[in-house]
Design a protein around this ligand. Structure first.
Ligand code: ATP
Length: 257
């Protein structure tokens, strides 16, 4: 059995007195340790699906199972990282990272040690006494990732976590999260609308389309650890994704002829 199983899930919202189908018969499974990107344009239901997986939202029909159990509410085994870092501004970086551990009734000294280890993992050990406002956006997102990882989640849900970062920091963060997920054997479900980001990160890319939100296709990314954004293999997979969205250059040229 797969770690995550989404079976024939549909979800509708009321919009101006009409029903809007945000997810339409979505089925999908994800294996332990797999890095899955949910990719698609705005409004295709990526966040709705992620929130349903993380237990923040219910679905109208179908089922979502994690480890064989129906998802009914958020679980401490699964942590979500959002686009906005959600750090407490009055607490130090270290104390922010310790929060989840203290909530799990860890002793202060052990929580501080683990927080230090994870701050090291994201390259921020020497900033442990800083306040979040003294850090750049990329550094703050690293702190929120350290906080998420410190509780050793089985699954990490990430909703466009790098969307607010500059292009260079974003590339660096992509490499970091891919490396950390592998090192810690974490199952990651990552929402993005950036095709290159999905190819750089995923083991499998779930291509979604809107109106109603559906899975169009699933594209495997056979690179494992080695992700060279300039390699021919990378461009081939990227092309496949463009193709899935009907955006390939040849098609456009043909159209203009
Ligand atoms: N609470 C809500 N009430 C009404 N409609 C909603 C609600 N949440 C989402 N929707 C609608 O459901 C559709 C899917 O939204 P969702 O946020 O899942 O898309 P998305 O693919 O994550 O988009 P984006 O990339 O812009 O974040 C959208 O058309 C949105 O307007």
């Amino acid at each position: 059995m797969s770690l995550i199983e989404v079976k024939d899930v549909s979800k509708e919202y009321m919009q101006e007195e009409t029903q809007f189908r945000a997810l339409d018969h979505v089925s999908l499974s994800m294996e332990k340790g797999e890095f899955t990107c949910l990719l698609g344009p705005s409004g295709c239901g990526k966040t709705t699906l992620l929130n349903a997986l993380a237990g923040f939202e219910s679905v109208d029909s179908g089922s979502i199972l994690i480890d064989g159990k129906e998802v009914e509410k958020p679980s401490p085994e699964y942590v979500t990282v959002f686009q906005h870092y959600g750090l407490l501004p009055w607490k130090s970086v270290e104390k922010n990272v310790m929060m989840g551990l203290l909530a799990k009734k860890w002793k202060k000294r052990e929580a501080a040690k683990t927080a230090k280890d994870y701050l090291k993992l994201v390259g921020l050990e020497r900033f442990k006494d800083f306040r979040p406002s003294q850090l750049s956006g990329g550094m703050q997102q690293r702190v929120s990732i350290a906080r998420a990882l410190a509780v050793k989640p089985q699954i990490l849900f990430m909703d466009e976590p790098f969307a607010a970062l500059d292009a260079i920091t974003r590339l660096q963060m992509q490499d970091d999260i891919r490396r950390i997920a592998e090192e810690e054997n974490i199952t990651v479900v990552f929402v993005t609308h950036d095709i290159e980001e999905a190819v750089a990160l995923a083991d499998r890319i779930v291509v979604m389309t809107p109106n109603p939100g559906k899975i169009k296709t699933i594209i495997p990314v056979p690179f494992g650890k080695h992700r060279d954004r300039t390699s021919d293999d990378f461009l081939v997979v990227r092309d496949k994704v463009f193709d899935a969205f009907g955006m390939k250059e040849e098609e456009r040229i043909e159209y203009y002829l």
